[in-house]
Design a protein around this ligand. Structure first.
Ligand SMILES: *Cc1c(COP(=O)(O)O)cnc(C)c1O
Ligand SMILES: [Zn+2]
Length: 381
């Protein structure tokens, strides 16, 4: 029987890979239909030098779609396999994963590579996407690689450098005045119009569940770099939750395969000025209510109404994680501190460290900790 990768968690409908639908006809977001991930025991020795060495842990598309393998070969730029190194050589208990060492300088390449390969295999000719910057740059780069046209909607306030980067790949950057939510609405309208004429694929890192199949490789790599185990604590920035949900999926995979007994403690970090998931988590809610962004330096995680918020809450509760707000006043200092160890990160990534340094100063012992360097400093000012 043909494997149809898109499944609706609400009504049970399935959609084939070739579908340009980005949500179910019932209105729900789509998930990936259940499949048995195979973590390649020999990933390290497979010879593939990209996240696609974990292609067997992704949905089994090759059997029904001969174009899938060609598509990921075409778009891959060797993303992934990033270093996991001590923040300071004197303390082996704090490791950073240098995920800005990616083709477009942010971890979003993990998700975008998979998503654009899927779009290519599905026969799309044009991509539409919306982002606060990094996901847009990433999708634009991979679209160029796939030979597809691309429109990226960004808030008018996005760092000029991120806009330049999007345009450098030949994509069209559409600057939308207003809030991040206004940008999302403009992209959604363009995606709906484009899907009707059968050519445009909404390459949204929030709507399309294949993005999470790429972000889960972050954990596979941590597992392999540590010689086949996971750390005690994982810090993960939380805006829309693509890395949190990817981490959740990967941890569940590793547990299901009997490779780890339990997951690490996850500390998800939001910007204090825009922390809807933190609010919901604290109040024991199962849904995330939109908040007003009261301003934050961490533009990349300032998501006032995360679309998969209830899923993020459930994932964190299932794994016994927690959500913490990053102290706004500590962000610039944290960026400086991380820089003093040789790592130049964008301001958004410093928020994660602001939370970590604050907790460490309060005497919280978290065992072996892994923190991501999600975006390069040259991305922001
Ligand atoms: C996208 C992004 C995040 C947050 O990821 P979400 O998927 O929105 O939770 C964090 N840091 C950087 C640099 C990003 O680009
Ligand atoms: Zn449905």
């Amino acid at each position: 029987m043909k494997y149809e990768p898109y499944a609706c968690p609400e009504c049970g409908a399935h959609y084939p890979l070739e579908s340009l639908a980005f949500r179910c006809s019932c209105g729900s977001l789509l998930d990936i239909a259940p499949f048995e991930p195979r973590f390649p025991a020999s990933a390290a020795g497979s010879g593939e030098r990209s996240i696609f060495r974990y292609v067997e842990a992704m949905p089994p598309l090759a059997a029904d779609c001969p174009g899938w393998t060609a598509a990921w070969h075409q778009v891959s730029m060797g993303e992934g396999l990033t270093p996991l190194v001590p923040l300071d050589a004197a303390d082996a208990g704090i490791l950073v994963k240098v995920d800005y060492a990616m083709p477009t300088l942010s971890f979003k390449d993990r998700g975008a590579a998979v998503l654009v390969a899927v779009a290519r295999a599905a026969g799309a000719r044009r991509l539409v996407q919306d982002s606060s910057g990094n996901a847009g740059a990433s999708v634009a780069a991979y679209a160029a690689r796939a030979g597809m046209g691309c429109d990226i909607f960004v808030p008018a306030t996005t760092s000029p450098r991120k806009v330049s980067q999007i345009e450098a790949y030949g994509a069209r950057a559409v600057l939308v005045p207003g809030t991040r939510e206004d940008t999302a609405a403009a992209a959604l309208e363009a995606a709906e119009t484009g899907a009707r004429d059968g050519s445009t694929f909404y390459a949204s890192h929030v709507y399309n569940p294949f993005f999470y199949q790429g972000t889960k490789t972050y954990i596979y790599e941590v597992y392999e770099s540590l010689g086949g185990r996971l750390p005690d604590t994982l810090y993960i920035p939380l805006g829309n939750g693509t890395l949190v949900l990817g981490a959740y999926l990967a941890i569940k995979d590793l547990m299901a395969l009997g490779l780890v007994a339990r997951g690490p403690h996850i500390v998800a970090v939001q910007a204090a000025g825009c922390a809807p998931v933190f609010e919901a988590f604290e109040h024991g809610n199962t849904m995330v209510e939109a908040v007003t962004n009261t301003g934050t330096e961490a533009e990349g995680i300032a998501i006032a109404a995360p679309m998969r918020g209830s899923r993020v809450l459930a994932a964190l509760r299932e794994l016994g994680g927690e959500v913490v707000p990053a102290p706004e006043a500590g962000i610039a200092k944290a960026k400086h501190e991380v820089g003093s160890h040789g790592f130049y990160i964008e301001t958004t990534s410093a928020a994660t460290f602001a939370a970590f340094f604050e907790r460490r100063a309060a005497g919280i012992d978290e065992g072996l900790v892994v923190l991501p360097l999600c975006g390069a400093g040259l991305k922001s000012a």
